[in-house]
Design a protein. Structure first.
Length: 587
């Protein structure tokens, strides 16, 4: 028992029947009390699985059974026999002169160490409610996003071999953290942890490889080796080479090595590989300097086994885009210096050229901007903008599965932009991705036939309200029906043109996406749009295009059953002390 514990008298022994539940209120809690032989047991009356009242279940042989999902618990310790549930908070009791007293606080008060242990156990066993309750508990203790990212990274690094959607969501949550509300943060982190647990389920723990101790090869030779091992899909060689390089260079050096090695396979796995690699490098930047040794090995299997666009007929016919890119890469390599001139600006019709049906002209225009010493990040930003326009103009007459193409292109273009922004100095390795990203945008042109009409004039939005709350409420309502989904971009454009806080718009769209039963690609697009939008000035048409694209993409897949977010909702409610079901209040 805890020292200095306070107690509440709940009655006498004869008022508590044998193995029959007796409900009492202690403070703000509703507790189930019963007699078990000579002992008095007291437990939180809410089943830790879904919150149903335990007094409506059964007590037999010291086992408490909840009838809703037949989870069974030890009435003494509160421990669950069925792991899909969770342990019940138990309260110490004492009898003094026939009077029964119950402790005012549970036997074990959860602290950070408790929730960290529960989170790891919940993820190992992939039990959603334990994962959700642990995340809610840690956030309630004001554990920082940095600590949470480190916890989840440690789990992912140990428990699966290959970077996937779960690790990506962890990084996206951290990227969006400053611009989303505490409630949205909870939903995001719960979903990221659950996805990571699913990725790791039934997978063997990773087998660590080591750097090449005693190797004295220079960085250029290590680059050659890495590119070779990626091309022949030699995972062990690639990992040992990259770990050796990581011991000698910082994030900028790794950034260049990976940009070159990954781009040797053009737009591999529809851009996923480059995007995942970008997220791995972002994660390394968030964590301590030696984190590269933990994070990089997890991305290598994705890099070495991915299929490149050079293996796709769409990139080879009717125009061989791969050979076209290679020819322009040769020209790019011959440019003597990649120094930018702060006074140089993009040619006025550059965006128009990017959206044209002339791949050679598009690639030539990119090289001309680089030769003119335009900041490469501006070129990358415009390519991502063009990708957003393709996504925004996707017509609903297309097959809904075709949405993946322009969405992947946007994420790929965003990753290329991130590699360039991260580089301390530009090189062929970081800039070559511009050419591939532009061709991915070019390939999506048929998905804009006929181009969807988008709101652009004030007449399109004249009937909409002006204030923040009404606009965000109206935007949410658009996702409740397929009939109104096409209307959603109007509300966002109106919001932006009135100059309302962009962070509230990001938070609303992120929250909407997380509440739906959508795959991680949707939240991936939201994060890309949020990150890209912050690099454009207020009032620019590019901001509007970015949000139009992401909102139309998500709205086209809504509404869903919205069942996945229920676990987080239940965890939040269980973390509080209020009754969850009306008949518990009436009992």
């Amino acid at each position: 028992m805890k020292r200095n514990q306070s107690w509440t008298r709940i009655g006498t022994l004869d008022t508590i029947p044998e193995s029959e539940p007796h409900l009492v209120t202690v403070g703000e809690r509703r507790l189930m009390v019963y007699r078990d032989g000579e002992h008095i047991r007291a437990l939180d009356n809410r089943c830790p699985h879904m919150g149903f009242p335990l007094n409506k279940g059964e007590i037999k042989d010291g086992v408490v059974t909840c009838y809703w999902h037949h989870a069974r618990f030890d009435g003494d310790s509160g421990c669950a026999f069925d792991l899909f549930a969770d342990d019940i908070p138990v309260f110490d009791t004492r009898v003094d002169n026939d009077s029964v007293f119950i402790a005012n606080s549970p036997r074990h008060t959860p602290d950070k160490a408790y929730y960290v242990k529960r989170l790891n156990k919940g993820m190992e066993q992939n039990i959603p409610i334990i994962i959700a309750k642990s995340v809610v508990g840690l956030l309630g203790l004001n554990v920082t996003i940095g600590e949470l990212v480190e916890l989840l990274t440690e789990f992912g690094q140990k428990n699966h071999e290959n970077w996937s959607s779960g690790m990506t969501m962890v990084v996206m949550a951290a990227n969006l953290w400053p611009r989303i509300s505490p409630e949205t943060r909870t939903y995001f982190l719960v979903e990221a942890a659950r996805q990571l647990a699913t990725d790791c389920q039934n997978r063997s723990s990773r087998r660590d490889r080591l750097s090449m101790n005693g190797n004295d090869a220079d960085l250029e030779r290590l680059r050659t080796w890495l590119k070779k091992w990626v091309q022949v899909r030699h995972r062990d060689g690639a990992e040992r080479t990259l770990l050796t390089a990581a011991e000698r260079v910082g994030v900028d050096g790794i950034n260049e090595l990976l940009a070159d090695g990954v781009n040797d396979r053009f737009c591999s796995d529809t851009g996923h590989t480059f995007d995942f690699t970008n997220k791995a490098l972002q994660l390394i930047s968030m964590l301590e300097i030696d984190s590269a040794q933990k994070v990089l090995p997890v991305i290598i299997p994705e890099i070495t086994r991915a299929r490149g666009a050079e293996e796709s007929s769409a990139w080879r016919s009717p125009i061989d885009l791969i050979e076209l890119i290679k020819r322009h890469e040769c020209e790019l390599r011959e440019i003597e210096a990649y120094r930018s001139n702060t006074e140089a600006t993009l040619q006025k019709d550059f965006l128009t050229i990017l959206l044209e049906d002339q791949p050679k002209k598009i690639l030539g225009a990119i090289l001309e901007q680089i030769k003119a010493r335009v900041d490469p990040s501006l070129i990358a930003r415009e390519i991502a903008h063009a990708a957003a326009i393709r996504l925004a103009h996707f017509p609903t007459s297309n097959d809904i599965n075709d949405w993946f193409n322009p969405a992947h292109t946007l994420n790929f273009a965003h990753a290329v932009h991130c590699f360039i922004l991260r580089a301390e100095s530009q090189s062929f390795a970081t800039l070559r991705g511009l050419l591939t990203a532009a061709m991915a945008v070019y390939l999506d042109r048929f998905l804009n036939i006929p181009a969807a009409r988008l709101p652009t004039s004030e007449r399109d939005m004249a009937s909409l309200p002006n204030n923040v709350e009404a606009l965000l409420k109206g935007l949410r309502a658009c996702f409740d029906s397929t009939d109104t989904a096409i209307d959603a971009p109007r509300w966002a454009v109106r919001y932006l043109r009135l100059g309302h806080p962009e962070s509230l718009l990001i938070d609303t769209i992120t929250d909407i996406t997380l509440r739906e039963d959508l795959d991680f690609h949707k939240i991936q697009s939201i994060e890309a749009v949020a990150e890209e939008s912050m690099l454009w000035p207020t009032g620019s048409s590019a901001k509007e295009h970015l949000y139009k694209g992401a909102i139309r993409y998500i709205a086209a897949h809504c509404p869903t059953r919205r069942s996945r977010s229920k676990i987080a909702q239940i965890a939040i409610r269980l973390q509080g002390r209020e009754p969850i079901h009306k008949f518990e209040q009436l009992a």
